[in-house]
Design a binder for this molecule. Structure first.
Ligand SMILES: Cc1cc2nc3c(=O)[nH]c(=O)nc-3n(C[C@H](O)[C@H](O)[C@H](O)COP(=O)(O)O)c2cc1C
Length: 468
């Protein structure tokens, strides 16, 4: 008899270990994303891909994902705060940092009687994730892409390229507009309206998984630190255990079509609020994935006070130069304008084409300007200026970022633009200078007009920089 009871007990123990505890969906707004294996990343022939999108096989377990981005109503109910740039109860919350996003997940879990997922220590530098908890959390990058793709292997979940009629993005610039700017009738999805702001969540049809606004409206913070996600097969990956930037996915209201692609990876410091990035909640469907994942932000050695600063910029038409001159006038800092061995054409139509060609192939145009390495080492702050080119940095800036050591330096970006403000240029800088601290940026519309001195002064003062 004793033997039978013991056998039964062992069998029960083994069974309860093997059978995962199932969780219920928090409410009807959550859909079950059934686990499976997919190819993460983009094929080498995908137009406008970046080289950080290496294809590899990934398996993810089932999880629940909210159909909608978190609204300002929910965010303010839970936190009593609403930092959003565009205000409205049904609009997605934005301008929240990654840390605020994970704190929100925990607060909502507590409110709803679920186990908080994150353990936040050291002012947010160390964040651990209890993988078997039933609380709300951010998706991993892999979960996000798996849910967005909904089985597709094309750049977008639908064969038809997104347009303003079904996605809230920088509708003037649909996918592949760059190389067809003067001949956009060849595009299947042509330019449409640019709304210049967020829209109520769920304004358009969802993707095949039932997820609304998975592209556009706001980008969505993911758990992972940004980094090389490798080429080997992976199961429930969660990114590096240490890093300097966190990933966000899906693009926002002011992003170009190319940056809505399912494989596109944006990255920003975890304590930087972005007016085009918000939250989409997920939670576990069961407790089959276990363990504690601890991630630590690698602190750059850069401080927030300036010992010696250099203004360095590229300007094609003179607007960035004008901003740089104003900064130099107010601070007295050294200033260098980047020159190229083979300058771009002076003709506007030609340079549009040359710039997209160079961006397309991630060219690194040779710089005529050389900076003495010993002198470079003396600067702790680099005030980096450039025009917005095709929603990113001009490639000469990429050459600069790769040619000099930015480790431990603070970069203060300033960008002259024609309406797109920074576009994805800050992500481009973050990726090329992973060991620099990215300070608050200044975006200036064309030459900045009469308010330029005031705008520059305000930015310098907010960045703790003394003026003359
Ligand atoms: C090749 C090229 C691409 C551009 N792409 C964008 C863009 O994507 N978004 C935007 O807002 N402005 C864009 N512009 C406009 C410039 O950012 C704007 O005119 C800026 O003031 C130019 O600065 P600069 O005079 O220092 O060159 C582009 C201009 C050029 C020449």
């Amino acid at each position: 008899m004793k033997k039978i009871i013991l056998t039964l007990l062992i069998a029960f123990g083994v069974l309860s270990m093997a059978v995962a505890k199932e969780f219920t969906a928090p409410n009807d707004d959550f859909v079950l994303i059934k686990g499976g294996t997919f190819t993460m990343g983009s094929p080498e022939n995908e137009d406008w891909r970046s080289n950080d999108e290496t294809q590899h096989k990934v398996t993810v377990s089932s999880f629940y994902m909210c159909k909608y981005e978190v609204t300002q109503k929910l965010y303010s109910e839970v936190t009593c705060k609403n930092p959003s740039n565009f205000k409205g109860d049904t609009l997605p919350v934005e301008s929240i940092t990654w840390l605020e996003a994970v704190e929100f997940c925990n607060a909502l879990s507590k409110r709803d009687g679920r186990t908080p997922v994150y353990i936040i220590n050291d002012g947010g530098r160390t964040v651990s994730w209890n993988r078997s908890a039933d609380g709300y959390r951010l998706p991993t990058e892999a979960e996000w892409e798996y849910a967005a793709r909904a089985g597709s292997t094309t750049p977008f979940y639908s064969k038809r390229v997104p347009g303003s009629d079904n996605v809230n993005f920088y509708g003037h610039y649909p996918y592949q507009i760059e190389q067809n700017y003067f001949n956009d009738s060849v595009l299947e999805t042509g330019p449409g309206v640019y709304r210049g702001q967020t829209l109520p969540v769920g304004s358009f049809d969802p993707n095949p998984n039932g997820l609304y606004d998975i592209y556009g409206n706001v980008g969505e913070w993911c758990f992972d630190f940004y980094g090389d996600y490798g080429t080997g097969a992976a199961e429930n990956p969660f990114g590096a255990s240490a890093g300097t930037r966190r990933v966000n996915r899906g693009g926002g209201w002011n992003d170009f079509g190319k940056n809505l692609r399912s494989a596109y990876r944006a990255a920003a410091e975890q304590n930087t609020p972005l007016y085009n990035v918000g939250i989409r909640l997920v939670c576990n469907a069961d407790d089959s994935v276990k363990g504690l994942v601890t991630t630590t932000e690698t602190k750059t050695t850069a401080g927030s006070s300036v010992k010696k600063a250099l203004i360095i910029y590229y300007s094609w038409g003179g607007n960035t130069r004008g901003v740089a001159k104003e900064i130099a006038k107010q601070t007295g800092y050294d200033s260098i304008e980047l020159e190229l061995v083979k300058p771009y054409s002076k003709n506007y139509s030609t340079v549009l084409n040359e710039a997209q060609r160079d961006q397309h192939k991630q060219a690194r145009p040779e710089l005529k300007t050389k900076i003495d390495k010993a002198k470079w080492a003396e600067y702790d702050t680099i005030i980096l200026g450039y025009p917005n080119w095709w929603a990113s940095i001009p490639m000469p800036i990429a050459t600069l970022l790769e040619s000099y050591d930015f480790t431990g330096k603070r970069i203060m970006p300033f960008c002259s633009h024609g309406g797109g403000r920074f576009g994805q240029s800050l992500t481009a800088i973050a990726k090329l200078a992973p060991n620099a601290k990215l300070g608050e940026g200044l975006s200036i519309h064309y030459s900045g007009g009469p308010s330029l001195p005031k705008d520059v002064a305000k930015w310098l003062s907010a960045s703790g920089i003394k003026t003359k």
